[in-house]
Ligand binder design. Sequence first.
Ligand code: GLA
Length: 414
Amino acid sequence: MKKQILSLIVILLCLSNGTAQTQITNGSLLAPTPPMGWMTWNYFADAINEKDIREMADAIVSTGMLKAGYDHVFIDDGWQGGRDKRNTIIADPMKFPSGIKALADYVHSKGLKLGIYSDAAPLTCAGYTASLNFEDQDAKTFASWGIDYLKYDYCGAPDDTEIAKTRYKKMADALRKSGRDIALGICEWGDHKPWLWGQQVGGQLWRTTADLRDKWKSLKTVKTAKELHSVGAGIIDIVDFSQDYAAYAKPGYWNDMDMLVVGLYGKKGPSGDLGGVGCTDTEYQSQMSLWSIMNSPLAATNDVRTMNAETKRILLNEEVIAINQDALGKQAVCKIKNELWSVFVRPLANGDFAIAILNRSEIAQNSKIDFAELGFNSTYEIKDLWQHKVIGKGKKWNGKVLPHETKLFRLKKI
Ligand code: GLA
């Protein structure tokens, strides 16, 4: 009898444990893998409207981007039209005559989610109405519109870590109480080390640096990430400053290295400021490789309606995206860094490894990688994820890497 009671207790404990676990998983992991989608800012700045956004949503579906995983349309700054008599935030009626709810219904009908933008101060970075002191009301409004994601900026807010934590927590709490699952992207550019507190205050991801411009490297070498605000960050600057925070990323919580500039080719707009003259396709391919191995959210910002074959090839490489979306959620660590090379490695859920080999220099270089030096002591089948083919088997790889090119390999133990 005693035995039977004991087994019953064990069964009940197991059951209740199982239920609790499911609730925690369902309740807290709003972004189990890095969010993917298309964001309005780099291409349109604040000159956005519902027609262009609908067309972009259509193109995300027709080009295969949704199928590849880009399942969000993120509206950035410039949608706001002030507040009504009840202080409810409203969309600019000229830009969004049908309202945001209708737009959310439209993108949802296509199988996409809708993100929106606000700021932890009275006004946003571009000077529009923001959410400070209206957190609960705005979160409820966003929920009633069917919003799935909020990017919450920090322009006009005090340069103080405790205040940043308090303001982000206030919005995160408001979102939790809003009646809808809305993921929170913290955007204070890494100025107050959000990798240390982003999860604790209720965020799912946090920007690690100042805005990325459409360029490879800042013209001036900077010592601190904060200096990137004034000189303008390039792809390699963001990689260098974000690599130290690998330990803070895990399923549900991500270092956000800012939007993809792939396919913008120096189009004037915010990413064209501060020396953003555009990149080569080799450099855009490197961004996609590095953002993927480093687990960053993937928010494309090019004109999806007219993208060329190269941009499509880069954005839609499903083997590269699979590295970014890998269920283990381990951000790559930088194993080698010198004037010529950055080499990143990460383990993958099925036991494979991903390796990225970036030639930082201005001329083609021959790389000799001994996998044992990276901590991999077996023999591997090496798949080049840009060539989509197995390029060798063994314990080493030798080959040529073009200037600013990143080789991205998947290693399978044999
Ligand atoms: C800040 C953010 C950008 C963008 C703009 C909008 O600069 O870092 O990503 O959202 O504001 O004004």
